[in-house]
Design a protein around this ligand. Structure first.
Ligand code: NAP
Length: 297
């Protein structure tokens, strides 16, 4: 027997397995293809390979999994016999939707789990196992806080984590909200960089991005909290000096700049449209957050 069975040793899996082993936890690993580089590295680091998923699950009381997606997870679990999770605690870090978390909670309970936690990894593999990070490495929800704390001796080696309460869907929802904001930043950031690159004449743009773009994005990130407060209050009038009308005009200037430079601006087009609709509905003096309610179908 080992303390933990880890299912799907990909990039994230290898990080988690190495962090567990480093902390002295005995780990069984299972992966669909055993000849993969992360699996070999996990075995070299001290993990026990089990080629049969049924035996792998039987080998530990705690099952940690972070596989590609929930369809994959269902395929893997489908190979277990009825009651194949009897008495096990499943900690599932696979990225998924709140609905998939609820469905997997029900499915694992129907298959005898003693406990099911659903969550997400918030960092790239290199950060897994780092201690004293300013941000959380993982999120989990489901069961109770006491139950979660009982797993701390094992989970602490992965890094700083947050328990978000008994509603099993909470961790996934929070993860997805953060990822959506991240992709907004990446898409806008890469579009902005393209403007610099086009005019760079072969010179590096990284120093300019570091000196001018990153500080601007960092200082503006906190305005999300302010907007959330205004949305909570239903206050769509306060504009904190950034009226919708001014911004719609500014977005016109932005579009012209990209057209001048011969760069595709289409990535921003849906956002420009939403701002215009919000200005038409709420008036030119309204705040940016008045776009939010227009997203609800
Ligand atoms: N990488 C990141 O930076 C990062 C950050 C945060 C969250 N995540 C999330 O973490 C999860 C894993 O990501 P990753 O980067 O570790 O992915 P990865 O390196 O591509 O590993 C994917 C794992 O899923 C397994 N797999 C794929 N299809 C399968 C199937 N049909 N049946 C059985 N196993 C299958 C792979 O097994 P084989 O080796 O046999 O193909 C491998 O173990 C994803 O949900 C991802 O969204 C990733």
């Amino acid at each position: 027997m080992t303390a933990v069975t880890y299912i799907s040793v990909g990039n994230i899996g290898l990080g988690i397995v190495k962090a567990l082993l480093k902390a002295g936890t005995k780990v069984t690993v299972w992966n669909r293809r055993e000849d993969r580089a992360p699996v070999k590295e996990a075995i070299n680091a001290g993990a026990v390979l089990e080629k049969d998923v049924k035996r792998a699950v039987a080998n530990s009381p705690i099952i940690i999994v972070c596989t590609l997606n929930y369809a994959t997870l269902k395929e893997i679990f489908a190979d277990l016999p009825d009651g194949g999770l009897n008495g096990k605690v499943v900690v599932n870090f696979t990225s998924g939707t709140p609905g998939q978390a609820v469905e997997m909670d029900g499915w694992t309970r129907g298959n005898g789990v003693a406990g099911y936690f659903d969550g997400a990894i918030l960092v790239p593999p290199a950060f897994i196992g780092a201690q004293d990070t300013p941000n959380n490495i993982f999120l989990l929800s489901g069961e109770t806080e006491d139950y979660y704390l009982s797993l701390s001796p094992v989970l602490a080696s992965i890094g700083r984590g947050a328990y978000l309460g008994p509603d099993v869907s909470t961790a996934s929802r929070l993860d997805l909200a953060g990822i959506t904001a991240m992709y907004g930043m990446f898409s806008g950031g890469i579009l902005g960089m393209s403007l610099l690159k086009k005019a760079s004449d072969g010179k590096p743009i990284a120093p300019t991005v570091k000196a001018a773009v990153v500080p601007m994005v960092q200082s503006l990130a906190t305005s999300l909290e302010r907007m959330a407060e205004l949305w909570d209050k239903g206050d769509f009038e306060t504009n904190d000096g950034h009226s919708l009308g001014m911004q719609v005009t500014g977005l016109g200037t932005l579009r012209t700049a990209y057209e001048e430079a011969g760069i595709e601006f289409g990535l921003c087009a849906p956002w420009v449209q939403l701002m215009k609709e919000a200005a038409e509905k709420n008036g030119a003096d309204a705040g940016t957050i008045s776009t939010g309610p227009l997203l609800f179908k």
